[in-house]
Design a protein. Structure first.
Length: 304
């Protein structure tokens, strides 16, 4: 098993390096594509070195996990999906897709995660065959999700009020989660909005806000409209379950933290365990100044 901590630190380092080069409309999509590519390559490496482990049975058109599920995405993932749709659809079809997302955002505004499961709402990114229409830029949460038993997934969809564990490859989940955490830490250090949101609400903002990718990369908080009350309540409920699982009292505000390591620090503190220094809060990113910026500063000092 690859080290999740090392994956986090490597991905954070990549994000920092990219942001030092500059920030424009390509920044978000570039980070999202790098995260997916890195996770996929690490997964192949892990599977090749672990022949004794079962492999997931997930395949094209098997979309049980794409129905009735609430998926959180990062802003950069929403941006790359919006860019993908804009570049692959005709003007008319893109307009229809944008309207579909807006309508679905309103439809799900007051649906808790359990309500979604009961209604079995399909992901709006599924095509008519049941395949993902944005597979090459799909969110890390989707790439990390997997199952050893498709019949268990089908049963869970058909019985949303009955709990049943889906047998899955924990290593795959850990790899993609670590990539997500690394990207979050790099963005937090740069002062860029590193929050995650429910897929449809985030995608609606990415599709409707003019120049969203560039403005986000420059530090604007464009996605406040995607921060819905219903999603905050679901995160808080999941966090309370997590606290009960670990048997410790954790500050409820951690449910909305954008520093992925904050939870680990709190758990370590509650259990009296030392924490590796690598998991300290990310240091602010220092932007390297261009030659022109240095020249302007020298001129300004001379005038004084």
């Amino acid at each position: 098993m690859l080290s999740p901590l090392q994956i986090i630190l490597d991905e954070e380092s990549f994000v920092r390096q990219e942001l030092r080069k500059g920030r424009d409309a390509s920044t978000g999509p570039k980070l999202a594509q790098h995260g997916l590519r890195t996770g996929t390559e690490l997964l192949k490496k892990d599977q090749a070195g672990t022949s004794r482990r079962r492999l997931p049975v997930c395949k094209e058109t098997c979309s049980w996990c794409c129905r009735g599920v609430k998926v959180d995405v990062s802003i950069q993932e929403a941006l790359v999906i919006a860019e993908h749709k804009r570049s692959t659809l005709s003007v008319e079809m893109f307009s229809q897709f944008r309207e579909q997302i807006a309508q679905l955002a309103e439809q799900t505004r007051d649906l808790h995660v359990d309500d979604r499961a009961r209604q079995q709402l399909p992901c709006p990114l599924l095509d008519q065959s049941g395949s993902c229409s944005v597979y090459e830029v799909r969110p890390l949460r989707c790439a990390g999700h997997n199952s050893y038993d498709a019949s268990a997934c089908e049963w869970s969809c058909q019985n949303p009020d009955l709990a049943r564990d889906i047998p899955a490859d924990a290593a795959q989940q850990a790899i993609f989660s670590a990539v997500t955490m690394g990207q979050q830490r790099g963005l937090v250090a740069a002062g860029i909005d590193a929050r995650s949101f429910e897929l449809v609400s985030a995608l609606r903002v990415a599709l409707e806000q003019p120049n969203a990718a560039e403005r986000w990369a420059k530090g604007e908080r464009l996605f406040d409209a995607a921060d819905r009350r219903i999603d905050r309540e679901d995160r808080e409920a999941a966090f309370r379950d997590l606290s009960r699982t670990y048997g410790v009292d954790l500050p409820p505000e951690l449910a909305h933290s954008t520093d992925p390591m904050e939870l680990f620090r709190a758990l370590a503190a509650a259990e009296g365990r030392p924490l590796p220094p690598e998991l300290a809060p990310p240091a602010p990113l220092r932007m390297e100044k261009t030659p022109n910026q240095l020249k302007r500063e020298r001129r300004a000092r001379k005038k004084k």
